[in-house]
Design a protein around this ligand. Structure first.
Ligand SMILES: Nc1ncnc2c1ncn2[C@@H]1O[C@H](COP(=O)(O)OP(=O)(O)OP(=O)(O)O)[C@@H](O)[C@H]1O
Length: 222
């Protein structure tokens, strides 16, 4: 799919960042609490005031409508927001019964007839039964919300991923499931992944480039 390039991106507490993520590359970002990691992801997603430019391959964000940008460069926030009553209502291409809505398929993924199967596969991979789509959002535990928010994000087929502490609330089994899903998606879709993680073991386990925000600057982790 696409690489991601930050060109002098800066927010209220961060010196300008120049960073290139190749298509299919995963880069970790860490740093002390309050150092500006979430604000960096939110600036990339164009959710907070900032300066600088971000490119998805050759397309600058400034030339894209914000909703289009946010679908193509998907942010998984540390705390997910749920607006409808049931889990399934948050998946536009799937009705709560688990069957595809032809109308919504046409609007979202007409070129991808196995999309429902893929979402169900992701749910299973994260330890859920298909009936999770009928669950009320109010019953979800913190970890369930976190895992389901990831599936909801991937269901939009983002070309690049911004992950804010994607495994922070998870036990080791579910942490491994999330890592496997993200890594599989990254490889299969050739998606750039910028992953904020406090977990040094995770950064070592998965490898790749890692940066730390220190005194308001993004620097390579040593
Ligand atoms: N809207 C805002 N107005 C003023 N300050 C803000 C605003 N949003 C965030 N901040 C401050 O900016 C700093 C960076 O916040 P950010 O959420 O990016 O931290 P973080 O590195 O993700 O921390 P944590 O690891 O605790 O999640 C914090 O001191 C925070 O209080």
């Amino acid at each position: 799919m696409a690489g991601l390039r930050l060109d002098g991106l800066t927010h209220r507490t961060l010196a300008p960042v120049d960073l290139v993520l190749d298509a299919g590359e995963r880069v970790f970002v860490s740093g002390p609490s309050g150092s500006g990691k979430s604000l960096l992801l939110r600036a990339i997603a164009d959710l907070d005031p900032h300066q600088g430019e971000v490119w998805l391959d050759t397309e600058p964000r400034s030339r894209m409508a914000p909703p289009v940008w946010r679908r193509r460069v998907g942010l998984l926030p540390a705390e997910s927001f749920w607006w409808a009553e049931t889990v399934g209502e948050h998946f536009p291409a799937i009705q709560t019964s688990g069957t595809l809505s032809a109308e919504k398929m046409g609007a979202f993924h007409s070129d991808h007839p196995t999309h429902r199967d893929q979402i169900n596969g992701w749910l299973t991979g994260l330890g859920f039964e298909p009936d999770v789509l009928d669950w009320s959002v109010t019953r979800l535990s913190t970890g369930e919300r976190q895992r389901l928010a990831l599936v909801r994000l991937l269901a939009q087929r983002p070309e690049a991923l911004l992950l804010d502490e994607a495994t922070a609330n998870l036990d080791p089994v579910n942490r491994d499931r999330v890592e496997t899903l993200v890594e599989t998606y990254r490889r299969e879709q050739d998606a750039a992944v910028l992953w904020v993680s406090h977990d040094p073991e995770q950064r070592r386990r998965l490898g790749g480039r890692a940066f730390v925000i220190c005194n308001g600057r993004l620097e390579p982790e040593t």
